[in-house]
Design a protein around this ligand. Structure first.
Ligand SMILES: [Zn+2]
Length: 284
């Protein structure tokens, strides 16, 4: 039995399926304490069999590099009770013979979109999710990028949009992508939550400015063939077109990948990218 777990800040998904990313059966429930959440996962899986392999797509920061002391652990998170909790220890106690592969939720999402979604067949893909925070995953040369921790490109420094003097919501940085373009920053800046702002509101041109500048940095460093922008704050009509237009302008003809039509696209797998990516992790 192949299983996947997507552990999110607010919801958790557990599924049985295939190493090709197909879901057989899934269960979604709210993320609570680590003991209760993993308890529900283990009970649900045990009722269906004994998994041979589990792919885990977890919120970060999380230790994802095999061999390191922090592998399998949730690291310094403000989420109560989770810091230092070892996902792999609890799962290997429940299923001792089971292979475990862990990565970030956003790396799982980019893997799924690159294998069976909006970037199917491409080896160099970046995925950005814009919601309560901004996170991202990178597939480079067919490999998920880990690095010393894992990519955190929500905290890229970005140049201010003309006339924007909003202070930013990131407690660490005044001018980072997450501080200036996450859902909470839009709500604070415009006095209304993002989902109440119409598609022709000035907020979306500004949003495109910040996301395009973040993507320009990705182009300069990892050179993706396509960039997928998803998450709850990316779903407004026309946003991807605005990002492409701004990106084409600021790329100034220098970056050939951008000349592909629809360089920045929405995800094809929607809410299923993370859990399908978790299943695909078992093939790695
Ligand atoms: Zn920041």
């Amino acid at each position: 039995m192949i299983a996947g777990i997507e552990l999110g800040g607010t919801k958790t998904v557990v599924a049985t399926g295939t190493a090709q990313g197909d879901i057989i059966e899934e269960h979604r429930f709210p993320t609570t304490t680590p003991e209760e959440t993993l308890g529900t996962v283990i009970e649900w899986l045990s009722e269906r069999g004994i998994p041979n392999s589990i792919g885990i797509a977890a919120f970060g920061p999380v230790g994802i590099v095999p061999g390191r002391e922090n592998h399998g652990k949730i690291l310094a998170t403000p989420k109560a009770g989770w810091a230092g909790f070892s996902l792999t220890r609890v799962l290997s106690e429940a299923f001792p013979a089971c292979g475990l592969v862990i990565d970030t939720d956003v790396n799982a999402a980019v893997l799924a979109e690159a294998k069976i979604g909006a970037a199917a067949g491409l080896d160099d893909v970046a995925y950005i999710t814009v919601g309560t925070g901004i996170g991202g995953g990178i597939l480079s040369g067919g490999h998920l990028i880990h690095g010393a921790l894992h990519p955190e490109f929500g905290h890229l420094k970005v140049p201010r949009a003309p006339g924007d003097d909003f202070r930013g919501v990131c407690p660490f940085h005044t001018d980072c992508l997450e501080g200036l373009a996450s859902g909470p920053s839009i709500g604070d800046r415009w006095g209304k939550p993002a989902h109440e702002l119409p598609a022709d509101h000035a907020a979306w041109e500004m949003q495109a400015w910040y996301l395009a500048h973040g993507i320009l940095s990705l182009l300069a460093i990892v050179s993706p063939s396509r960039v997928i922008v998803g998450g709850g704050v990316s779903q407004v009509e026309g946003l991807h077109g605005k990002i492409n237009a701004r990106l084409t302008e600021i790329a100034a003809g220098y970056f050939p990948p951008v000349q592909v039509e629809d360089y920045t696209v929405p995800p094809a797998l929607g809410q299923e990218a993370g859990i399908r990516g978790a299943l695909l992790l078992t093939a790695s």
